[in-house]
Design a protein around this ligand. Sequence first.
Ligand SMILES: [Zn+2]
Length: 391
Amino acid sequence: MKLLNFCFALKGERTIKPQIRLGKILGIEIGLHYSWLIIAVLISLSLVQYFGNANPDWSRNTVWLMSVTASLLFFITLVLHELSHAMVARSNDLPVSSITLFALGGLAQIEKEPPDAKTEFWLGIVGPIASLSIGMVCLGSAWAFGWLPFSEPENPLLAMLVWLGYINVALAVFNMIPGFPMDGGRVLRSIIWRLTGNAGRATKVASLISQFVAFVFIVFGLMLFFRGAGFSGLWIAFIGWFLLSAAKTSYAQESLKERLAGVQVSDLMNRECPVVEGRINLETLVEDKLLKTGQRCFVVVENGSPVGLITAHEVKNIERRLWKLTVVSDAMIPLENIQVVEPCIPVIEALGIIGRENVNQLPVVSNGLLEGIISRDRIINYLLTREELNL
Ligand SMILES: [Zn+2]
């Protein structure tokens, strides 16, 4: 059984966040998604089979130890691959929040779009270069320790080095497949961007090519499965399905960007924000405000200045019997914990923050004063109206 692993660059709401935190390297959070556990077990088991079959005279314990060590080392090399993306991003002032290993590979979460085609190119290609270099170093060390290229390694250390070498070279090659959001997709997008001078069109063309590549993965995977390849066939089909949905999302995000081009937060924000005093209790808030006005989000003010936000969600977190005893300012989300936006930023940027922070609205603040609220609903209504009028 052979399982391929990839590296992805996902953006927007569909991001995969670390669920098990391992620590920080150079200020970047490194973590695992739960789905990684499945693949770690599958890779270790497939290695037991691989090392066991190749060297039937090695003891069962040796084979198990090798397999677990080799798969752990493989995940370390995958993190190194992601770190190479992160370093290029950082050196171009693009913030990187986290590196996550998940079922299909690694993911470096880069928070901003690269400013030009050249940056995009290096951001994509550096990963495969890193994997290829790691692969060459592993194979080179094995050779230095006495392994003859293309021969069966003689001892467990050499066998692990050779396997790590091959798998990293394979990682470099497969990641260059031009499927967005894999590294090759980024490289393809950067080339189209350079040729057309249009980042938006480059994303759309690269996403369409990626959808085709994804379709090929699915068909090829299913074909392998029906020819008896078992799980690895399904695995390829599954990666294809993942690529297809990611490529479709990229395309949809690009269209959204086009439709929201030139629209600022101040154009769509709600200037008459419903306001409540911080000193009223939750029962009064529910009875007089939440139930009667139909509004779900209120700006909390103290002495006339905004200090936080309260929604039905915060009220729900407090036991019903305590509603009378709790004042709004104790239950609200304080302003310093909320991401605020300026009125002059593009709406598409605010929408990105709304998605990342997983909230429905953001306060719009200018010079410390609350100017309004920009909400998901407002943006959706704007888009629906445009669509209805065929604009
Ligand atoms: Zn990569």
